[in-house]
Design a protein around this ligand. Structure first.
Ligand SMILES: [Zn+2]
Length: 83
């Protein structure tokens, strides 16, 4: 039983560290790197760019600006982004 808990905690730690690393390297990649992905002829890099754009730009810059649980501050703000 104790071994199961140890393996669970080790797996949780590894997953957390990977999530943190990938979050930083892909979802918050430097702009130059993201732009290279955007222009790439390889679909994998364009896929990475889509992740970067939807997370970094839309999630962190265009929405959830005042509160983690409130995506838009007003209906007008949402309509502006939906255009
Ligand atoms: Zn983020």
């Amino acid at each position: 039983m104790i071994l199961n808990i140890v393996f669970f905690l080790m797996g949780y730690a590894v997953a957390t560290l990977w999530e943190h690393y990938l979050h930083k390297q892909i979802l918050h990649a430097p702009t130059k790197r993201a732009n290279r992905w955007k222009e790439s002829s390889f679909s994998f890099y364009r896929f990475l760019y889509k992740g970067y754009y939807s997370h970094h730009v839309v999630h962190h810059k265009l929405t959830f600006q005042q509160h983690y649980h409130l995506q838009f501050n007003s209906q007008k703000e949402q309509e502006k982004l939906d255009k």
